[in-house]
Ligand binder design. Structure first.
Ligand SMILES: [Zn+2]
Length: 231
């Protein structure tokens, strides 16, 4: 690939198979002529979310035309395991821990994801890097903050001598507005039937807002957003 070939209309979406990243993928497919996806296995308790990725890609590709390109899954589980467990990767319950952060917080996770994504985008000639980070709903995870993303964009561009643009279409909207966005893009069925948010990996229980245990923090956020939007 031509290393100088980056153009403004090629994008890489951080795509986990969850509600937010699926919304971002559809958003990108509406805007850019070529869109690739990157996902991470970092030792999640379950692989349900990752297993949702292919069917979702298939559905969105059918809906938005032929702009969807390659998928890249990066296994960083060994490195994350070496750094120690959190509630998302180990066996602990998800509760509020020290410093007001939930024990599901994986320190620096989004910094790692975006840095891997930029390294891949460099090689693939993709300029836009899109993630579902959001300041509004996410328990104050410091690596989801707008200032963090903007600072990282500067660091990545300096460190790789590129002009990447990090885009976070969900940064300033809440979960109800994310549901509304999916509705406007005509992908509500994909969000409900095919995406996965539940921390516990439950796919056996179907609610109006999709599959999940209905009680973990991710399910509650998704459900409450749905109910607020559906009013
Ligand atoms: Zn759940």
């Amino acid at each position: 690939m031509d290393q100088q070939g980056a153009t403004t209309d090629k994008a890489l979406v951080l795509f986990s198979g969850g509600q937010d990243s699926t919304t971002c993928l559809a958003w990108a497919l509406q805007r850019y002529t070529h869109v690739e996806t990157i996902g991470f296995f970092y030792g999640q308790r379950h692989r349900v979310e990752l297993d949702c990725r292919d069917p979702i890609r298939h559905s969105l590709s059918a809906r938005f035309g032929s702009t969807l390109g390659s998928d890249h899954v990066i296994d960083i589980s060994a490195g994350m395991a070496a750094l120690g467990e959190t509630a998302l990767t180990g066996g602990a319950d998800i509760v509020m821990g020290a410093e007001g952060l939930p024990t599901s917080f994986v320190p620096g996770r989004n910094l790692l994801f975006l840095t891997y994504a930029a390294a891949l985008a460099y090689r693939r000639g993709l300029r836009r890097i899109i993630g579902g980070m959001c300041e509004t709903d996410y328990s104050g995870y410091p690596d989801c903050r707008d200032d963090t993303i903007k600072a990282l964009q500067v660091a990545l561009n300096l460190g790789m001598q590129r002009r990447f643009i990090l885009e976070t279409p969900l940064m300033w909207i809440d979960k109800a507005a994310t549901w509304a966005m999916a509705d406007r893009m005509g992908i509500l069925d994909v969000i409900i039937e095919q995406t996965h948010s539940c921390y516990l990996g439950v796919r056996e229980q179907r609610h109006a807002w999709g599959f999940g245990c209905g009680t973990c923090p991710a399910c509650v956020l998704r459900r409450d957003g749905y109910l607020a939007w559906a009013q």
